[in-house]
Design a protein around this ligand. Sequence first.
Ligand SMILES: [Zn+2]
Length: 353
Amino acid sequence: MFDLLPKANRRRKPRRRLFALIPLAAVFVFSDCGLGSSAGTADSRSGVFLGLPVNCRLGDECFVQQMPDMDPGPGVVDPLCGRASYEGHDGWDIRLRSLKDIGRAAVVSIADGTVLRVRDGVADRIFDRLKDSKLLGGKECGNGVLIEHANGIVSQYCHLKQGSIAVHSGTRIGKGERLGLIGASGLAEFPHVHLSIRRDGIPFEPLTGRSLRSGAEAFGETTGGLFEPSVQSLLSNSPTAILDFGLAKTAPELPNLVRDGGPPLVKLSEPIVAWVWAINVEQGSFFRIRLLDSDGVPIVNLQTRALEGRKANYLAYVGGKNGARAGVYDLRVELFDGTRTVQSTAKSFEIGQ
Ligand SMILES: [Zn+2]
């Protein structure tokens, strides 16, 4: 229910008049843990098939930033046997890129149920560990909703947008019905919803179908999950994702990306900096950033150094030497994990006269 987290975020900036954005290639994401095909198998006791707690497109509009910590000891292991978690984290965090994206995605109920409790009235803002820790006063969840479902399952949704809660205590709610909007209230270092689940009063991880107290045998085993098969499959994908990339006049900074989204497109004659922002990037991974001008001539062709450690948020950038000339630029970004392409994406940017 608490939420400490990584650092940065971004959103689609209002497109400036000087540039058009033309998607050139789809984004490819591969499972990181060999679990991508794990089909959901209904819990034998309940037959429950839970849905996603959001109505946004995962991997495109919203992203898994962190999962529950399955290790009951001091270590950290997520349900896919990776490290997209932190000590004691008990839920799934599905994020938006930046504060500017708040309002674009709803939080919805994962199953039919009855609302037990709600809280609203907590402001949305990026939590500052140094300044804000004393101000929360037990409201780490921010604006939240607690729902009781069948078979002893209770779901909690945290960090909703202030003023967006659409239900009240006692409301009968259907699976997929809107509870509010993803926000950044309470202990949130980026806009997201934190979904935590209890079964028979015990913290429970729905992808694996395991109690969070059950220990290491849970790692990587998702066949007992409670989500519907399509959601099991979605959430079994690697959480590694390129959140955004672009061309700016200076290198962006992660806190600014989380607050404001991507910086404006570089203008004519300004120096060009190609940047890319990714989350859950594994140790040993590196980027290749290529920028071609209108004639297909490479302006930038960079391979970053392999990461020495895993990064929950990672920002890479490289500057071209000359000022931007008018034309259409092609920016291609690939993320490798050392042996294969994890993700590959490209966009065209038009810099006008
Ligand atoms: Zn969380």
